[in-house]
Ligand binder design. Structure first.
Ligand code: ZN
Length: 217
């Protein structure tokens, strides 16, 4: 149960930092609402918190966390729950964010689950993946490799490619939302695909000209 005590200790430190000291920014947020200019769609993974990675503060980033930082295709359908789509809609049409970043990462468990689905040599995951499996289908083609690639590349290298491909599929889906598309044409919005390496702390951004992920400096 120490994990719960640890977060309460952290909360006390937070209160000491934000509430007992003079902090006009905090009070202004309470009155005027939020106005972040950047949205980040990141994995739920505990090691890839975008606020910490970008050294941001409260009020700076509008964040969606989901398994494997996916963006589903644009669909108007009343029968399903579109959590991520609703957040994107709010960010673009209400907050009018200037940037949306899809941030993938190394060692992603969602991507590993997808790759296991595509691996005929391993028994398929059991029903514990009853929600993860259909969710990861959004980026199914990211895990398609030729027999030659499977034979010659290490599993980590395949996963690394799959993570980046999945972020690009999500980026493409993102641009399929009509208001995202319109804001981009009006040059009010830019979209980005990032990849964060947990071991080195290095961030890469996809360069559409070179068609490569390149290290951010
Ligand atoms: Zn992940």
């Amino acid at each position: 149960m120490d994990s719960y005590k640890n977060i309460l200790d952290g909360y006390r430190k937070f209160r000491g930092q934000y509430l007992t000291q003079e902090n006009s920014a905090w009070r202004n947020w309470a009155k005027g609402g939020q106005s972040p200019k950047v949205m980040i769609i990141a994995c739920s993974d505990s090691r890839v918190n975008p606020v910490i990675i970008t050294h941001s503060g409260l009020g700076d980033l509008f964040v969606v966390n989901n398994v494997a930082n996916l963006v589903p295709p644009y669909k108007q359908c009343g029968n399903t729950h579109h959590s991520t789509s609703a957040a994107i809609e709010f960010a673009v049409t209400q907050l009018e964010v200037e940037h949306i970043i899809v941030m993938g990462h190394s060692g992603c468990g969602g991507i590993r689950a997808l790759m296991a689905e595509h691996d005929d040599t391993e028994p398929h995951p059991d029903d514990h993946y009853s929600f993860i499996r259909p969710w990861m289908k959004i980026v199914d083609e990211a895990a398609e490799f030729t027999p030659d690639e499977k034979a010659t590349m290490e599993p980590d290298a395949l996963a690394s490619v799959c993570e980046r491909r999945a972020s690009l599929i999500s980026l493409n889906n993102l641009m399929g939302f009509p208001w995202v598309h319109e804001a981009m044409i009006e040059k009010k919005l830019q979209v980005h695909a990032w990849h964060f390496d947990i071991g080195t702390g290095i961030l890469q951004e996809y360069n559409a000209d070179s068609e490569q992920f390149e290290e951010l400096v």
